[in-house]
Ligand binder design. Structure first.
Ligand SMILES: [Zn+2]
Ligand SMILES: [Zn+2]
Length: 307
């Protein structure tokens, strides 16, 4: 599986058929590309976290609470002191790099608490959209909306007939930027990445390294990993995930109450979810576990249709 960004630098300027390009990659080339991409992500992420610990932005080195009007930066989306919507006017009329922006807000949200601040569940997204999600960081909430006509550009419009995306930003639950305020143009690199995912969806997967959200529940491999790593909480309202387990004993057998209460006690003491302990005591039983987003996960903000 290739990360779309791997190959951007290689064939970025090459107008060749993307499908053919991906089909011609050898497994070694794919593995090598993925490894290089992962190492690069790790390096950038480390810089990001180090700067954040000092309250600074890793991209422009300014404190995250400050801004300079002629030096636009992703940290403007954290609403530094004194920034107003008008400051975004010029900034968002040129490409800012959608996939970099996406990583920036995902990373910052996950520093607070992984997964639960990012609702990117496909099953909760409007199915007519290409990309739609909501991310929360402290008192700020960003939502991204990309529909089919945004991807193509709205025909018969002056300022929106190029491929673009929309964002909404809320501060303290009040709208600071409306979806319709800006049509932020995709960069050439964005278009390349989008095309790769569209034209070779079986080969190119958009991975959110260090920025995974709730959609991790829709990934079978990750799901099994999560199930093993989860711990029990006594504060279900702030839990990242809710779980429900259905246990079925073989015909004619029941679980004895004494062992059951022993299992619950053990779970409370060790924080190991009770379903894992029950598996130990009742190996003959079959278990069906469902993991769903916790109650504190934000709803996806929907963009209403254009008038
Ligand atoms: Zn910055
Ligand atoms: Zn649009």
């Amino acid at each position: 599986m290739g990360n779309p960004q791997n190959v951007v630098s290689n064939i970025y300027r090459n107008p060749m058929n993307l499908r053919e390009f991906f089909d011609n990659l050898t497994p070694e080339q794919i593995e090598d590309g993925n490894r290089k991409q992962f190492d690069e992500n790790k390096r950038v992420y480390k810089e990001f976290v180090t700067a954040y610990k000092f309250g600074n932005c890793s991209l422009c080195s300014l404190p995250l609470t400050e801004f300079i009007s002629f030096k636009p930066c992703f940290h403007w989306f954290l609403r530094p002191h004194g920034i107003k919507k008008k400051h975004f006017q010029k900034y968002l009329s040129t490409p800012i790099g959608f996939f970099q922006f996406d990583s920036y807000i995902r990373w910052i949200a996950n520093l607070n608490s992984p997964y639960k601040n990012i609702n990117d569940l496909k099953c909760e997204m409007n199915p007519t959209k290409i990309i739609e999600y909501t991310i929360r960081y402290k008192n700020i909430e960003w939502s991204v909306s990309i529909g089919k006509t945004d991807r193509q550009g709205h025909p018969d419009t002056k300022n929106a007939n190029m491929p673009h995306f929309h964002i909404q930003m809320k501060v303290d639950n009040k709208i600071f930027i409306r979806f319709n305020d800006f049509h932020i143009p995709f960069s050439n690199e964005d278009i390349f990445t989008l095309r790769s995912m569209e034209e070779a969806p079986d080969k190119v997967v958009w991975r959110n390294t260090f920025g995974e959200g709730m959609s991790i529940l829709e990934d079978d491999e990750a799901f099994d990993q999560l199930d093993k790593l989860m711990t029990r909480t006594d504060d279900p309202e702030n839990a990242t995930f809710n779980t429900g387990t259905l246990v079925q004993m073989p015909e004619g057998e029941t679980m004895d109450g004494e062992t059951l209460s022993k299992a619950f006690k053990e779970s409370k003491e060790t924080r190991i979810p009770v379903r894992h302990i029950l598996k130990k005591y009742f190996p003959q039983a079959s278990f069906m576990t469902e993991i769903t987003p916790g109650d504190s996960v934000p709803e996806i903000s929907k963009r209403s249709p254009r008038k």
